[in-house]
Design a protein around this ligand. Structure first.
Ligand code: GCW
Length: 841
């Protein structure tokens, strides 16, 4: 990487593949004018190679060379100097300076820039590195003026969770809910030999204040604890250490049995306790600075203490005690529920949302001091809109971390742009009114509200070997924002975005305007077309959690129910008539949600079961709101493409094209969302769209109504995933099919949009002809282009649109598509839209 930076510095073309993300150190405009306001040399205090202060020195040299083309000398010079080290190393050398220095808490830093002299002091080594990254970020944004700041983190726990499996394959592949390629840590049951990417990851994370990474999936494989894998883990810790990032490990609760050969994993059994102590000691022998553990217990089939009728506290404390001699901590997840016992039909009061508070009831004062409860932001599961989890109001002695999801499991899997900072801000700013006092979530997870020492943030990131890390360049703003907000939740979504955009794409104003507009409109748009009024993301929850499938929410024990029938929809979570969930909040909030009048519209269906004709505060009915929101959101997604196209030539081609491809895909898939969800509820309720759009698509020609040769009509399930409920598939795996029709539109230019299905079963090809002239040819290979969950089905996950713009057709033109199946993929086609200019449908 160093040599890449050097290439950048001398101005040669470097592939902008995303690997350096916001740490590109690309030359700033008018760099040569600022040289005098920069240091000429760098001095590191007590630096040891492989530790953060030493790294800070290297970053300063690399950064200033890349950003300004200025080569720093190492060691004291007569000229301006950047001095970096810990406060204590500095005070040892300059005792008299101690008085002038501010108070820093763990990981905090002090930074003073004065006429090219820079003093960067950390409370610890990690803090010094954070200070260096901060300085580099400021100058990379073109600001070389003098300034002084003291920066302390808002919370001590700022962790990243990776859901990396030890092995590829299975239902989730290499990284569970990962959309950026294979694990950078594990392969074939072991820790990878080459951990270059793990080191680069630590560098990115350190630059945004993250201090630990749990490398393996919470659905943990016990084999991570074999001696050989422990050695491998120590190698991961070695590549993390220069960046001050500590390693954490997810544990399988049943490991004493699965790996240790004991006949029990009862947390109170002496042999089990000893076994875990041995494991922990062995890990710390190899990794003296290990951060600690993360445990998912008694949830979604994972083993846990309740298997032995022990409490969750018994389970957490078992690990906590083994860690205490070593100074480690345990993050114990509150995501505990039993998906097997939830019965929707028999029990109106059954509610997965109730689980966390119920399971942790009465345990708040039972946890050891080094236990932190890791709570997902909402009571269900990373949905597009959820109320804040009420458990945050119940943990007053035991500290909590908020679990956020950077990987966009339910939010478009990085194939849709969704900038998440605005959603996180809304959650963090929410006031839970505990004891009728101000109790914002951010003050709870900083420990300010209840005074716990160990609190903070855990973000599920799931990067992979893709050079873009997350599979999409724009998705990286979410990772950046996560780190920034965990350090300081007062920052604004737009402020964070501005910083990230400058560092990632440069200073061009139009680039900023476009990225800001797309990003800030992206979450509202996604909510509009994927699930409104608190009904949750109406995705396929039984398969890949991708694409629309509203019907999949109900009738199964996963508990993400909507209770939609022909007349009504929504979960009644009131105390008076429903599941009682609203009553888990402190009284003021409980009262707000209990009453339909005071429940905000955007959570109406989360808390109440109402007729489709229920009037919202806006005056619209629930069903009409659904229809309109889906049209609005998908219309917004269309604008992302044209906005982005304004940036052609203003950013590098590689990233421009990569993003454009995804935005075009998203625009098409947002229509799939719109039509599926609208069709589903129209079908259920029988209530037509007041604006007459739902179910009426006058520009479409259904493939099944065309002249078919080698193709046959196929009834799609779920029905709403196909326009007209049918598509066509080739008669056999090897038959080339054609669909043909004569166009009746007036002669002119049209956009031809073909909706087809790109399954992960092969790479069919399609050719579109008008009057025998080939308009375009494409391949069904999205499973390689998009990291989103692959699907073998013809459904809302695989439904895709391909548009050819401005095609000349005549009245009476023959339109034909030739589909060639490949493997088991039968070249499916849903419909073709012949759209006059400016119309999308
Ligand atoms: O969101 C759900 C995911 C699972 C995940 C689980 C959890 C790691 O669908 O893939 O498992 O939550 O958070 O434990």
């Amino acid at each position: 990487m160093r040599s890449l930076l050097w290439l950048a510095a001398v101005g040669l073309a470097v592939a902008e593949d995303g690997l350096n993300a916001w740490l590109r150190y690309a030359r700033v405009p008018s760099a040569s004018h600022h040289l005098g306001r920069l240091p000429s040399s760098v001095v590191t205090l007590n630096a040891t190679q492989g530790f953060p202060v030493h790294t800070a020195g290297e970053e300063l040299v690399d950064g200033i060379r890349g950003l300004f083309g200025k080569k720093l000398t190492v060691g004291k010079s007569k000229d301006t100097t950047a001095t970096v080290g810990t406060v204590s190393a500095y005070v040892d050398k300059n005792p008299s300076a101690a008085r002038g220095l501010p108070d820093l808490i763990e990981d905090g830093f002090y930074l003073k820039v004065s006429k090219g002299n820079v003093l960067i002091l950390g409370q610890n080594e990690r803090g010094a590195l954070y200070g260096a990254f901060h300085y580099l970020s400021v100058i990379a944004q073109g600001n070389v003026s003098d300034f002084t700041i003291t920066s302390n983190p808002d919370a001590p726990v700022r962790w990243v969770n990776q859901w990396d499996n030890m092995q590829d394959g299975g239902t989730h592949g290499s990284v569970e809910r990962g959309y950026g390629g294979d694990s950078i840590f594990f392969w074939d049951g072991y820790i990878r030999e080459d951990l270059t990417r793990a080191g680069q990851y630590a560098r990115l994370l350190a630059s945004i204040g993250i201090n630990a990474v749990v490398a393996n999936n919470v659905n943990a494989n016990a084999s991570i604890l074999t001696p050989e894998n422990m050695d491998g883990l120590a190698r991961i810790a070695d590549v993390f250490r220069p960046y001050g990032v500590q390693l954490g490990i997810s544990l399988n609760f049943a490991a004493p049995q699965l790996l240790g050969g004991l006949d029990t994993f009862d947390p109170l059994d002496k042999t089990v306790v000893n076994w875990w102590q041995g494991i922990t000691d062995n890990l710390y022998k190899r990794i003296p600075d290990m951060a600690g553990y993360l445990v998912k217990a008694n949830s979604e089939g994972q083993p846990g203490p309740m298997t032995y009728n022990r409490t969750l506290a018994d389970g957490a404390n078992l690990f906590a005690r083994t860690l205490q001699p070593h100074g480690g901590i345990i993050l114990f997840r509150a995501f505990v529920y039993d998906h097997r016992s939830l019965n929707q039909t028999l029990d109106w009061k059954a509610d997965r949302a109730n689980a966390a508070v119920n399971y942790f009831d009465g345990l708040d004062d039972k946890f050891e001091d080094n236990v932190v409860i890791q709570v997902k932001y909402g009571p269900i599961d990373f949905q597009v809109r959820e109320p804040v989890s009420p458990l945050f109001a119940h943990l007053r002695q035991t500290g909590a971390t908020i679990e956020l999801q950077i990987t966009q499991e339910y939010l478009g899997q990085q194939a849709h742009v969704v900038y998440l900072a605005p959603m996180w801000k809304e959650l963090l700013d929410f006031d839970l009114r505990v004891d009728s006092k101000p109790s914002t979530l951010k003050d709870i997870v900083s420990g300010k509200r209840f005074g716990q020492k160990l609190t903070g943030y855990a973000g599920v990131v799931n990067v992979g070997t893709n050079t873009t890390w997350l599979g999409s360049h724009l998705a990286m703003s979410n990772l950046y924002a996560y780190g920034k907000l965990a350090w300081n939740p007062e920052l604004t979504s737009t402020g964070i975005l501005k910083e990230w955009t400058t560092l990632t794409f440069g200073h061009d104003k139009l680039v900023h305007d476009v990225i800001t507009k797309i990003s800030m409109e992206s979450w509202p748009a996604y909510e509009d077309y994927s699930g409104n009024l608190g009904i949750q993301t109406l995705t396929d929850i039984l398969l890949g959690h991708y694409g629309p499938n509203p019907g999949s929410q109900d009738g199964n024990p996963w508990g993400q129910w909507t209770r939609a029938d022909d007349d009504t929809i929504g979960m009644d979570r009131t105390v008076w008539n429903g599941t009682g969930f609203a009553g888990q909040y402190p009284p003021e909030i409980a009262a707000m949600y209990e009453n339909i009048e005071t429940t905000p519209d955007n959570l109406l269906l989360w808390f109440h079961h109402v007729p489709y004709t229920q009037k919202l505060k806006s005056g619209k009915t629930v069903i009409q709101h659904f229809y309109e929101a889906h049209y609005r959101g998908s219309a917004t997604a269309q604008t992302f493409v044209t906005l982005w196209q304004k940036l052609k030539g203003r950013i590098d081609k590689e990233r421009y094209e990569h993003v454009l491809f995804r935005l075009i895909y998203q625009a098409g898939h947002s229509l799939v969302w719109r039509d599926s969800v609208n069709q589903f509820y129209f079908n259920k309720s029988g209530i037509p769209d007041e604006l007459g759009r739902v179910g009426n698509h006058k520009y479409r020609i259904e493939a099944e109504n065309m002249e078919l040769k080698g193709y046959k009509s196929y009834k799609v399930s779920p029905f709403e995933a196909a326009s007209g409920f049918h598509c066509v598939v080739t008669e056999t795996n090897s038959t080339v099919g054609t669909v043909k029709t004569t166009l009746k539109v007036p002669t002119g230019k049209y956009d031809l949009a073909v909706n087809y299905y790109d399954m992960a079963l092969g790479n069919s090809t399609w050719e579109l002809f008008v009057d025998r002239k080939l308009i375009g040819k494409w391949k069904g290979d999205l499973e390689y282009e998009l990291g989103r969950a692959p699907s073998p089905y013809i459904d809302g996950q695989t439904a895709t649109r391909k548009t050819f713009k401005g095609v000349r057709v005549k009245k009476g033109s023959e339109l034909k598509i030739v589909g060639r199946p490949d493997g088991l993929e039968p070249a499916p086609i849903d419909y073709i839209s012949v759209l006059p200019e400016g119309i999308v449908d």
